[in-house]
Ligand binder design. Structure first.
Ligand SMILES: *[C@@H]1O[C@H](CO)[C@@H](O)[C@H](O)[C@H]1NC(C)=O
Ligand SMILES: *[C@@H]1O[C@H](CO)[C@@H](O)[C@H](O)[C@H]1NC(C)=O
Ligand SMILES: *[C@@H]1O[C@H](CO)[C@@H](O)[C@H](O)[C@H]1NC(C)=O
Length: 140
């Protein structure tokens, strides 16, 4: 009995090793994000689109598209779990882009808008990235 048990332990170890190894070899998910650094709009503009283009290689499933903004040294998640009516996220996996539409734009919406793309089915750290941010300035 003892040799059999020993053999089973070795098999289980080997199996786990293969699964671990295969999982990590197959998943090489890497996301790269590009955002325009700067956008300035006139006082009269009431709706603006902030764009985010990304490319993803070796990523399983569909990405979550997240948006944040930094303003007055605080940051805010904009559409998590849901967008308030002022914001709208339009994403397209086939065009590799995520677009944040800001409505009823006020001078107070001048901020740095940061896009985040996360493939949650992947466990590599390169599967979750944030862009460099777009500084939006609405002229007063
Ligand atoms: C923002 O993007 C949406 C969807 O692509 C488009 O319908 C709309 O005209 C755009 N608005 C501006 C101000 O560019
Ligand atoms: C979109 O990303 C895919 C990989 O997910 C890549 O093969 C393709 O070239 C990208 N397309 C564009 C338009 O950037
Ligand atoms: C903009 O921010 C200022 C100062 O925080 C506040 O007094 C004002 O009501 C805000 N205006 C709008 C339109 O949100």
């Amino acid at each position: 009995m003892a040799p059999f048990n020993k053999c089973k332990v070795v098999l289980v170890l080997e199996f786990n090793w293969i699964l671990y190894y295969v999982g990590h070899v197959v998943d090489t998910c890497k996301v790269t994000i590009r955002q325009h650094p700067f956008k300035e709009v006139d006082y009269s503009v009431s709706t603006v689109n902030i764009t985010c283009s990304f490319s993803a290689s070796g990523c399983p499933g569909s990405p979550q598209m997240l948006w944040f903004r930094y303003r007055d040294s605080t940051h805010e998640a904009l559409c998590t779990p849901e967008c308030i009516e002022k914001f709208k996220v339009i994403g397209s996996l086939s065009n590799n882009n995520s677009l944040l539409q800001i409505n009823k734009l006020s001078v107070n919406d001048s901020a740095i808008y940061i896009c985040g793309i996360a493939f949650s089915d992947s466990d590599t750290h390169t599967s979750k990235q944030t862009g460099g941010g777009t500084m939006l300035v609405k002229r007063g």
